[in-house]
Design a protein around this ligand. Sequence first.
Ligand code: NAP
Length: 281
Amino acid sequence: MRIVYGSELSLRLKGELKEKLLGPEFKRKPKLAVVLAGDNPASLSYVKGKGRACEEVGMDFLLQHYPEDVSEEELLKAVSDLNADDGIDGIIVQLPLPKGLNEKKILDAIDPAKDVDGLHPVNTGKLFLGEKDGFVPCTAQGVVALLKEMGEEMCGKNAVIIGRSKLVGMPLTKLLLNENCTVTVCHSRTQELAKIASQADILVVAIGKPRFVTAEYIKEGACVVDVGVNRVDGKLCGDVDFENVKDKCKAITPVPKGVGPMTITMLLENTARAYLLRKEK
Ligand code: NAP
């Protein structure tokens, strides 16, 4: 059994990206802008992490922090100004937004060419139509990078994804199809979930239920990626009961230090790509 740390892979990828950003393709540092509304402690901490990661690789970072009672019009204006600013390559609106704000309307206002979270319908459409110049949600990309790091040949393998969210399960479905996996997507209404999961050569779990997946869900020799982030008694844990399943796996990611760091690294890569794609136009 091998534990595959996203923290280690992301350090390596950030190192490579830092080098690349110094190369001739980049006439200036790519710049990521984050729009944050309110003081949700988790959001503040995520945004801080994104700022730090930009600094590590030599990217510029702009935080636009609004109070909890910001109006929808103000946020739409902020997004529109960032869209128009040629010095900004990537834009993220940090979720969740304070109650009463129309999340979808604000996210859809982001220019798809700067939508480095990959949540705009144009980018979702591009992903599912197989067009290569869109942006893919960062966590789903991070999962595929971790599976590649596990050294698993994905072509023709049975992949089971538990969870069908727009952020993780749905985009991952298409990414694993692109790798020629046979993909089964499970959700809260799936019957005989353990039986289906236990057929998987590749199992990805993204449901938000602490230590939900136990040994009966695991095929001997499976590669398991745990996307879940849950807090139990003040400690972080995943959706997979790591201690219970690890000896059955060929490779498994831990929580923390698994998928989390990869999400941020993929955001940096998307921002660098956004710079290059916009430069080409
Ligand atoms: P979400 O939008 O709440 O979706 C959860 C999905 O899990 C839904 O499709 C739901 O099914 C399914 N589900 C819930 N309970 C289930 C059960 N008992 N059996 C089978 N399926 C079940 O969540 P999300 O945004 O994808 O996030 C999932 C987890 O990943 C959370 O812990 C989140 O914190 C974590 N996450 C981590 C990162 C990272 O960077 N590490 C990034 C994103 C998310 P239905 O569709 O039928 O409701």
